[in-house]
Design a protein around this ligand. Structure first.
Ligand code: GDP
Length: 212
């Protein structure tokens, strides 16, 4: 059960977000200290929209979409050495193999080599969940011992019952692969699932003593 003062604290933390820098690789990333959460997703899944509504800012993630920045790791600061990272969207249909390989190397380097990274928020279009690329992210999270929370976004595109069915199916598929990820319904358009998402992520950034 989420309580009101906690919800307010979660919201405030996300509202404090500010763009820091873009980096092509770990060498040029901000200092690897504190705690960091990365947002990942297939291109067009709705990652930018999700980030914008979570932070209650209109054009926050547009920064990551400006020409020249789409293939970079975009770092945003919260407070007290806590950060969100917008990872490059993946899964363009016609991307050449060489570009795909480059993306995979950059992601593997970041996901396995970043000490402050504590978890991934993976955004999936509820109508196209668990693509090959999503499973790749799941694998990396399992290998790196990273927490994983999945937003099934654009839930407004389905009737409630149909959305629930996708949720249950995705949960089962993950369980079958021994993946401890959590999953929820989300809609940036209708602004549903925001409190649940923020409440899930918050303790990754500020773990209770003895956890994390
Ligand atoms: P990104 O490439 O993953 O950053 O995706 P965007 O956030 O740019 O969204 C891709 C498209 O999906 C845009 O046309 C958005 O307006 C639309 N979209 C994003 N989130 C939602 C949502 O929750 N509901 C609906 N119906 N459309 C959405």
């Amino acid at each position: 059960m989420i309580n009101q003062p906690a919800e307010e604290a979660h919201r405030k933390l996300f509202q404090s977000i500010a763009f820091m820098t873009s980096a092509p690789d770990l060498m040029r990333a901000p200092e690897d200290s504190g705690r960091e959460i990365a947002f990942a997703g297939r291109s067009n899944a709705g990652k930018s929209s999700a980030l914008n509504v979570l932070a209650q800012q209109k054009n926050l993630a547009r920064i990551s979409k400006t020409p020249g920045r789409t293939q970079l790791l975009n770092f945003f600061s919260l407070s007290d050495d806590r950060r969100l990272v917008d990872l490059p969207g993946y899964g363009y249909a016609k991307v050449p193999e060489a570009v795909k390989a480059q993306w995979q190397n950059a992601m593997a380097e970041y996901l396995t080599g970043r000490e402050s990274l504590c978890g991934i928020v993976l955004i999936m279009d509820i109508r196209h969940p668990l693509t090959e690329f999503d499973w790749q992210m799941v694998d990396w999270c399992q290998e790196g011992g990273l927490q994983l929370h999945i937003l099934l976004t654009k839930a407004d595109k389905l009737k409630y019952g149909a959305g629930r069915n996708v949720l249950l199916k995705v949960e089962k598929n993950l369980r079958d692969m021994n993946c401890a990820a959590t999953v929820q319904l989300f809609s940036a358009l209708k602004k549903t699932g925001l409190d649940q998402a923020r409440a899930t992520i918050y303790p990754w950034l500020y773990p209770e003593p003895g956890q994390g």
